[in-house]
Ligand binder design. Structure first.
Ligand code: DER
Length: 233
């Protein structure tokens, strides 16, 4: 309950502080926290005369959230510039660099975050860290081309990582992303220089996107255990 309430508080505060009558195009992330952002948006659309023209999804799940909330679904190619995007994170460091991809959606999430004038992270207190890799122990999620996952794992090991192919729970075999790719979770321990690590990882042939979102978030909202919300810029 505590964690869910923390997610809700962070999300409601973020929506209330960044969506007003001038907001037209909104990026909608993926995962469990962003659900509360969509809830708040739907509430406010009913109550106020917002002028939301388009909500841009970051996964099938995100698309479903938009449709089920009766919000206007649109494509990034129709709205290549997004006013503000909201998304969760698995861990956020003191410079607002994030590990994302816990839900295997980081490829489209990074495209939407990059297209947004403002990228707003919403999370509960468990995600608030000084250094990446200190709270989140599941490794850096990497979206990879299936035909090369074994050589890629070899390269990741040579870089000092501990790569694991993400296997599905309710389906035989590996997780397959919304883009038809696999996910490798590569543990590199504490990540003091996420920018350098991201550059190394993204240059490996077959890695199509990393879960390191460096220098992308403008602000992060962390719901606390006690109902308060910590805002970090
Ligand atoms: O997969 C993702 O990138 C999600 O945004 C994830 O990082 C956060 O999911 P959560 O809000 O369910 O913790």
């Amino acid at each position: 309950l505590l964690v869910n309430e923390a997610k809700r508080q962070a999300s409601y505060t973020a929506i209330d502080e960044h969506v007003d009558a001038t907001t037209k195009v909104i990026g909608i992330g993926s995962g469990s926290t962003v659900i509360f952002c969509v809830d708040r948006l739907a509430q406010r659309v009913k109550r106020e005369n917002l002028h939301i023209v388009a909500c841009i999804p970051t996964s099938f799940q995100s698309k479903q959230l938009i449709i089920e909330a009766g919000l206007p679904l649109a494509d990034l190619n129709q709205h290549p510039i997004i006013d503000v995007a909201f998304d969760g994170a698995d861990e956020v460091d003191s410079s607002l660099n994030c590990i994302k991809g816990g839900g295997a959606c980081q490829l489209q999430e990074k495209l939407v975050a990059a297209a947004a004038k403002k990228f707003v992270v919403v999370a509960d207190y468990r995600k608030d860290a000084e250094v990446l890799g200190t709270q989140w122990k599941a490794g850096v999620p990497l979206e990879v081309i299936p035909m090369a996952y074994v050589p890629i794992m070899g390269t990741l090991k040579a870089l000092g990582g501990n790569p694991v192919l993400r296997m599905a729970l309710r389906k035989a075999g590996p997780v397959v992303t919304d883009n038809g790719n696999f996910v490798i979770d590569a543990d590199f321990g504490e990540i003091k220089d996420p920018i350098a690590l991201d550059q190394k990882l993204i240059s490996i042939p077959g890695i199509v996107e990393t879960g390191l979102f460096c220098r992308m978030a403008s602000v992060a909202y962390f719901g606390g255990k006690d109902g308060t919300v910590i805002v970090r810029k």
